[in-house]
Design a protein around this ligand. Sequence first.
Ligand SMILES: C[S@@+](CC[C@H](N)C(=O)[O-])C[C@H]1O[C@@H](n2cnc3c(N)ncnc32)[C@H](O)[C@@H]1O
Length: 259
Amino acid sequence: MSIEFSEFKDQAKKVLKINFDGYKIDRVERRTKSLMNRHDIQDFSECLELIKSDDQFRDAYLNHFTINTSEFFRNPKNFNFLEKKIFPKLFAEKRKVRIWSAPCSNGSEPYTLAIILKELNIRSSSFEIVASDLDKTILKEAKKAVYKESSIKNVPKKLLNKYFEKIDKRNYQLSPEIKSQVSFEQRDLINKDFADNWDLILSRNFFIYLTKEMKDQLIKKFINVLNEEGYLFLGNTEYIFNPKKYGLEKLYQSFYIYR
Ligand SMILES: C[S@@+](CC[C@H](N)C(=O)[O-])C[C@H]1O[C@@H](n2cnc3c(N)ncnc32)[C@H](O)[C@@H]1O
């Protein structure tokens, strides 16, 4: 007998160790159904059985659920603001600037930061870039750092020639020097505690998938680990409606400062 989505969700949660309750639930259901369609799965019971018994399907489910879309210089205006206004101030004030990209998906975002810092002639001993994501598969890709044209379409030509090598018809390999500036780790932003002492946290295009309550909790968790005068950089369509409530001040589009 088939089960309802709510039961599927409760049981799958235990196997996958994901707290589905933090995500907008309609979206989780839609993603589950679209994967079921793709694999010709009849109902939620069958889907649950596969999640329990088939490692490959379990990975496919997680992969489908997490949505890994990302690209270099995503929303270029914001990265320009970071380069021109925020980095000069941060590096003038700090001996070592700690940056966390959470979640980082395929690495385009943290590597964009490394490219910008290289172009600003900032010594690599003056910063640390940590990048994390829930999805192990995408983290493997991030470490490989091989990208299709769609991921690098916003990279200015000069930087493309300097930091990428075309390795075949479709793929570009990022330079080892830039790769070496980012360290990756697996981290669940919903269930786990965070390391502290960050000067800049990028959490972009993640809040959009979460419930209001989870977004509120996460902002509080980020604020707890941000240094004073540290920055929070969100995605283009993500806003904090009452930043003062968290001790934040809006600086520009998706940038907030903690003071
Ligand atoms: C759309 S990508 C955003 C990537 C990048 N920040 C950007 O804006 O281009 C969303 C990422 O969130 C990750 N994710 C989903 N749930 C997560 C969780 N609970 N903890 C950490 N990462 C999660 C997904 O694996 C995916 O890589």
